[in-house]
Write a protein that binds this ligand. Structure first.
Ligand code: NAD
Ligand code: FE2
Length: 385
């Protein structure tokens, strides 16, 4: 086994109000010509203006691209690349949820490395060249601010491509929970379950290692203690702060271990049925855990203890974690694909292709129990509802 290669951002500004320090951070890193990559919502909300003011006050020449789309596509990258090139940017600042952050990373790699995103798809691992990325998350979910991945959908094939490598790892991140206070309950729940899934999958992964383990277990504990509170009351600042920290820690965990079968199966659902990423994870998490726990009961038992559960044996603890996550999904009003309105015939028709795409991403190969295509199709069938 090769030693895990741990990668982390060089700087993390963590805490309420950290956004105001962004200008100083960017200057200290030696940059002065950032392009801010974000979406129309954050532009309209005024967060972009606050970031631009902080950067300009510190002496930066700033340009803004606010045309990113949720679950970014290859087609959506062209205009942003034009802005990065025209501005002669020396860094790219992603501001938003996972979608703007992943767009910023993709633009940073395309600007220096050329080609198309298909060239960077797993199993290719990209070391560079790339412009430096600074990530400013506004959801407590993707963890993309601390990960060496960008996830871009191929517009031609609808395939959600996992693009890995140190070139996609931000050099710095500003983790300011106050930016998440505006998230509505549904987005709060979906992104929170995404972070929980990152932490659990990082810990049970075949690529798990002691460095990532600590981040994963801490994130599981924090999310278990705060996710219901933040869903019930989005203005609960301590709970928002806890969730933000846990999402970044879960990002550190899976970036240095891996995700597994839930993410492998979730990406095709997002790509073909346009279900939000965290929600498609939530639709799958209990069933995939039930499928997997028997192959690594002690690892799931550790997750269960971190979640706050107790039990007589590892097997019992692992089983109670599945029940607890099922209950959590019910409490967070997670629908089945059927209740979400997905057509049964289309679901069944696409299941073999989705299984093939899941396997091609490599993530199912990191699962404690590695499924074949027919087992993945059976899991899609089971979760439909
Ligand atoms: N690169 C990685 O390591 C990684 C990890 C997990 C997920 N992802 C990817 O991230 C994407 C999902 O990201 P996401 O779930 O953070 O959401 P998102 O970026 O897709 O945003 C979803 C919606 O929430 C809005 N929004 C963002 N912040 C808000 C706020 N503070 N208040 C109100 N609304 C807000 C956005 O404008 C958008 O309409 C998926 O494409 C997924 O594949 C990437
Ligand atoms: Fe995720």
């Amino acid at each position: 086994m090769t030693a895990p290669q741990i990668g982390l951002p060089r700087r993390l500004a963590v805490g309420g109000g950290a956004l105001a320090d962004s200008g100083r951070l960017v200057r200290e890193l030696g940059f002065s010509r950032p392009v801010v990559v974000t979406d129309a919502f954050l532009s309209a909300q005024g967060t972009v203006a606050r970031l631009v003011a902080a950067l300009t006050d510190a002496g930066c020449e700033v340009s803004v691209f606010d045309g990113t789309v949720p679950d970014p596509t290859t087609d959506s990258l062209g205009p942003g690349l034009g802005v990065v090139r025209e501005h002669r940017a020396d860094c790219v600042i992603g501001l938003g949820g996972g979608s703007p952050l992943d767009t910023a990373k993709a633009l940073a790699v395309l600007a220096e490395g050329g080609g198309t995103m298909r060239d960077y798809k797993a199993p290719t691992v990209t070391v560079g060249p790339a412009l430096p990325v600074i990530a400013v998350p506004t959801t407590a979910g993707s963890g993309s601010e601390a990960t060496q991945f960008s996830i871009i959908t191929d517009s031609a094939s609808d395939e959600k491509m996992l693009c890995p490598g140190p070139a996609f790892l931000p050099v710095a991140a500003i983790v300011d929970y106050e930016l998440t206070l505006s998230m509505p309950a549904r987005l709060t729940a979906d992104t929170g379950v995404d972070a929980l899934t990152h932490a659990i999958e990082a810990y049970v992964s075949r690529k798990a290692n002691p460095f990532a383990d600590g981040f994963a277990l801490t994130a599981i504990s924090t999310i278990a203690a705060n996710i219901r509170a933040v869903y019930a009351d989005g203005a609960d600042r301590p709970a928002r702060e806890a969730m933000m920290l846990a999402a970044t820690q879960a990002g550190v965990a899976f970036s240095n271990s891996s995700v597994a079968l839930v993410h492998g199966m979730s990406r095709p659902i997002g790509a073909h049925f346009h279900v939000a990423h965290g929600l498609s994870n939530a639709m799958l998490l209990p069933a995939v855990m039930r499928f997997s726990v028997g192959a690594a009961p002690s690892r799931y038992a550790d997750c269960a203890r971190a979640y706050g559960l107790s039990g007589d044996s590892d097997e019992a603890l692992a089983r109670s974690l599945v029940v607890a996550i099922e209950q959590l999904c019910a409490d967070l009003a997670v629908p089945t694909p059927r209740a979400y309105g997905i057509d049964r015939t289309r679901w069944d028709e696409l299941a073999p292709l989705m299984a093939e795409q899941a396997l091609a991403s490599g993530s199912p190969g990191n699962n404690p129990r590695v499924p074949d295509a027919s087992e993945i199709v059976a899991l899609y069938d089971e979760v439909y509802g």
